[in-house]
Design a protein around this ligand. Structure first.
Ligand SMILES: [Zn+2]
Length: 643
């Protein structure tokens, strides 16, 4: 393999990522905004920790038709988890628990999904076939998810190229995990069955930044419909990463796009360093054939440890075992990710599969931090007859769990001779990732015989097109030509007022910058100033812009018209102040001049702007500031009282 040592995140260049052959793709899960779930009539989006009942399930692996066990199923069986589903009668019916067949698909959800498929430039299927996708991690009580691929072969523009959209599916959301400790995992079922789309991009992103940028494009595209859910958990991305010679590894359920760069950097580093570790093992002549590990019960060897985790283990009468990895000396300190070492790969497996969830769950002889005393290490070393180039791992657990833990340590260490295990990883808040589960088998889909195929008729597509927004990147090109301020373009292009903007500009001939500022900046400005200010709507904005276009209100009055309308809950013409006659304006100017004569000025040229201030305070909304300014500047009056 190529010689390359990972640099800190901030120092990596595009050329570095090219050297390691970085590739990343996204699978974006986005909840759709509907009242009801996808295949039953339970309400969607009602989240609560309250529950009326609990259902307990155990996972059991069964042999597939091909005579193999699914990796995930086998792993979940090994964990001996008790899976508990909490059920709230307001959000779940018997369908989610597999006691009643599905209802027909939620038509609103399907319309939104198809619309988004069109925005992604996809080809839509003419007939929808519902499939069951095996879900053996426990997050769906039935063990399968109803899903249907409805769009394929799309693209989005990115830099000077196109990023491929491989396929899009409409499917049911899974349960929310509440906790996972020891042998118990608890799920809430309120989210279960809510409509979701999954969008799969090609592995087209070549740096961590590109992966995030493409994520943002996809997020903006779906948000521009205003028919998707927002907020925590409403959009989750699975991020695929591989490097040259590596394996495609999935980091599951990344909640924020901003996390993607650091996460994908660390995963690329992990894969690269695991490949380097395999090289190092080869140098030491350790391959999958020559790999040797031994397991010893040392419960009676370490009698009175001071090291607290082991002291607790002894007091709780747990079993203490030592695994000897032959020739592995110092390799548990082999760096995998930022501040993360190979020992973590082993500890993770022990945590997830043997359910030893209290950390630390292992200690090892490569460690530089204090664990047991060196004399205890010597005692253990002698007892297990370890050589100087071996590494010792100590693990403690109940009689029931100790063998699983020992097996996992040996399995994971041996996998280092092969390279990168096929597994899914979970995103951690520090930007590194941890083991989640063994990758499920490839053949997870099978037809669902409960639901008939569904035609997607051409007139349905036409109806969807009637509400579908223009793709936001096309809008942005147009806005740039109109000279809209850059900080407003992005927001306007996905705003629910984007259609109103084009109407105001094209039909009512409102100045584009004015329209953009009124629609995007003014509502924000008003919201900032007032508590619970949420009553601006499209009708209100349309009436105000139209009144401005018709000359009924002045530019200066737009903001206060919006404020008053929001307070009233609507725009009415009565709030427009009467416009001022020329005579009245002359009178006001005279009054202002009288006021000015009583003042002192530091600089003579300030006088005009002070006079403008006095006049506009009184006349705002009744006359345009431009006309007043002209009058003031033409006034021959000289104010002599300069200090
Ligand atoms: Zn239901």
């Amino acid at each position: 393999m190529k010689e390359f040592i990972f640099k800190p995140f901030g120092e990596m260049t595009e050329a570095d990522y090219e050297t390691i052959g970085f590739k990343s793709g996204l699978e974006i899960h986005q909840q759709l905004y509907t009242d009801k779930k996808l295949f039953c009539r339970c309400p969607a989006g009602i989240y609560s920790d309250n529950y009326d009942a609990e259902i307990l399930r155990h996972m059991r692996p069964t042999l597939s038709e091909l005579g193999v066990y699914d990796g995930t199923a086998l792993m979940e069986f090994k964990t001996k988890k008790e899976i508990i589903y909490r059920i709230n009668r307001n959000t779940v019916c018997t369908y989610e628990m597999d006691d009643t067949p599905p209802f027909l698909i939620n038509e609103d959800a399907l319309d939104i999904a198809l619309g988004i498929g069109m925005l992604y430039n996809c080809k839509l299927v003419d007939e929808l076939h519902i499939a069951r996708k095996q879900y053996l991690d426990g997050s769906i009580p039935t063990g399968f998810q109803r899903t249907s691929i409805y769009a394929v072969d799309g693209w989005i523009p990115y830099k000077d190229r196109k990023v491929k959209i491989v396929q899009m599916s409409i499917e049911e959301d899974s349960c929310r995990e509440l906790s996972d400790f020891f042998h118990n995992r608890i799920y809430l079922t309120d989210r279960l069955g809510m409509p979701l789309i999954e969008t799969v991009t090609g592995p087209d992103m070549r740096t961590p930044q590109e992966a995030a940028e493409v994520g943002w494009i996809c997020a903006k595209l779906v948000r521009s419909t205003h028919k998707v859910r927002r907020g925590i958990g409403a959009a989750r991305q699975d991020v695929n990463v591989s490097v040259e010679g590596g394996t495609r590894v999935e980091i599951k359920g990344v909640p924020k796009i901003g996390m993607i760069p650091l996460l994908t950097y660390n995963e690329a580093m992990r894969q690269w360093n695991l490949l380097r570790l395999r090289e190092e093992l080869k140098k030491r002549e350790i391959t999958s054939e020559t790999f040797q590990a031994k397991n010893y019960d040392i419960t009676s060897v370490i009698k009175k440890p001071h090291y607290v985790p082991l002291k607790n283990a002894v007091e709780s009468k747990l079993k203490i075992h030592c695994v000897v990895l032959q020739g592995f000396k110092d390799l548990l300190r082999w760096q995998t990710q930022t501040d993360t070492y190979f020992a973590k790969e082993i500890s993770d497996r022990v945590r997830v599969i043997a359910c030893l969830t209290t950390i630390p769950n292992i200690i090892h002889s490569d460690s530089r931090t204090d664990t047991i005393t060196s004399s205890d290490w010597q005692k253990v070393k002698k007892n297990v007859e370890a050589a100087d180039d071996d590494t010792l791992i100590i693990v403690w657990a109940s009689e029931d769990d100790i063998q699983t833990a020992v097996n996992e340590i040996i399995i994971r260490a041996k996998e280092a001779t092969i390279g990168i295990p096929s597994e899914t990883r979970q995103a951690l808040s520090d930007g590194t990732n941890g083991f989640e589960r063994i990758l499920p088998g490839a053949d997870r889909m099978y037809p669902d015989t409960d639901l008939p195929p569904k035609q997607i008729a051409p007139d349905r597509i036409e109806k969807i097109k009637s509400w579908l927004p223009e793709q936001f990147w096309k809008r942005q090109t147009g806005y740039k030509e109109l000279g809209i301020p850059t900080d407003t373009i992005d927001e306007l292009s996905i705003s629910k007022y984007a259609e109103l903007f084009s109407k105001a500009v094209n039909e009512w001939k409102v100045n584009p910058v004015t329209a953009a500022v009124v629609l995007i900046q003014y509502p924000k400005r008003l919201k900032k100033g007032t508590l619970n200010f949420g009553s601006i709507d499209e009708d209100m904005l349309a009436s105000i812009l139209k009144a401005y276009a018709d000359g009924k209100i002045t530019y200066d009055f737009i903001l206060s018209a919006l404020k008053t309308s929001a307070e009233l809950g609507m725009f009415v013409e009565e709030i427009i102040p009467k416009s001022i006659t020329d005579d009245e304006l002359e009178k006001e100017i005279v009054l202002a001049e009288q006021q000015m004569e009583k003042m002192e000025f530091i600089k003579k040229k300030n006088a005009n702007s002070i006079m403008m201030g006095i006049l506009m305070n009184k006349l705002r909304g009744r006359i345009s500031a431009k006309i007043v300014a002209e009058k003031v500047s033409r006034s021959k009056k000289e104010f002599v009282n300069v200090r």
